[in-house]
Design a protein around this ligand. Structure first.
Ligand code: DC
Length: 246
């Protein structure tokens, strides 16, 4: 039994009581807008929001702090198994071993390290079992890279969210300037390119669009438009907005 666990915020009773859990899987490259979209969709549906990238980021932060080489697969696996990761669904805060690391996991250094630790099969195994266990008792909107392809191939709703690389870099730069960091477009675009290539070409659970996923290109769409597209897919796939139809 590994020690990773996810503690979630308030879980709406309707979905705890529902017989069949609904899984909305949202995958896509960095900066496509998955987190904002997934959080809003979860709020609208009363589902639990799970940001799986935060889990990889938390493991990466711990590795950086403890100076574990990102090439040491065995130690990284042990770290992922020992990590106490808590996600609070409502306000999207992330705790590592009891410490609030929400801001600490968002630095460019941690982004790059998260992409590297996520290549390690043992790390993925540890986090995958936590991700699956969350959906045992809750309907979820879970976002990441392999949710529709590996974590929940049986998810009722799968979305692959993409956007042009230049637009994704622009959004990331805007985000970092809003959080007070200096967002230089060309270095952000470079970081995204390196990370996407690594995430798409790794051997274990690479970023791919599941064959049955709906592709949404958000380059020229507002957040509201993307949200409405996802909600209409959810409505079409569910009956009474609750139990899975297909
Ligand atoms: O979503 P994000 O950018 O916060 O994710 C950080 C890194 O974690 C990303 O570069 C790849 C990895 N990741 C993954 O391999 N699988 C997931 N389901 C989520 C994230």
């Amino acid at each position: 039994m590994h020690a990773v666990r996810a503690i979630l915020g308030l879980i709406p009773l309707t979905f705890v009581m529902a017989e069949k859990r609904i899984i909305v899987a949202i995958d896509g490259p960095a900066g496509a807008g998955k987190s904002t979209l997934a959080r809003r969709v979860a709020e609208k549906l009363g589902f639990v929001y799970v940001n799986t990238g935060s889990m990889y980021r938390a493991v990466a932060l711990w590795a950086l702090r403890t100076k574990i080489a990102l090439s040491d697969m065995h130690k990284l696996e042990q770290l992922a198994q020992a990590a106490q990761i808590e996600l609070s669904s409502g306000d999207d805060r992330v705790f590592l071993n009891g410490e609030d690391v929400t801001e600490a996991i968002r630095t460019p250094e941690v982004s790059a390290a998260a992409s590297q630790v996520s290549m390690v099969p043992g790390v993925r195994r540890a986090l995958l079992s936590v991700q699956r266990s969350i959906a045992k008792n809750n309907s979820v909107v879970m976002e990441g890279r392999d949710i529709g392809s590996v974590v929940f191939p049986q998810a009722q709703i799968k979305v692959f969210l993409d956007a042009d690389p230049a637009e994704r870099a622009r959004r990331r730069a805007l985000e970092s300037s809003q959080s007070g960091a200096i967002g230089d477009m060309s270095s952000i675009a470079g970081e995204l390119r390196v990370r996407d290539t690594r995430d798409q070409t790794r051997a274990e659970a690479p970023l791919v669009q599941a064959p049955d996923a709906h592709l949404i290109d958000s380059t020229r769409l507002s957040l509201e438009e993307v949200e409405e597209k996802v909600l209409s897919i959810v409505r079409a796939r569910t009956s009474n907005g609750k139990a899975a139809a297909h």
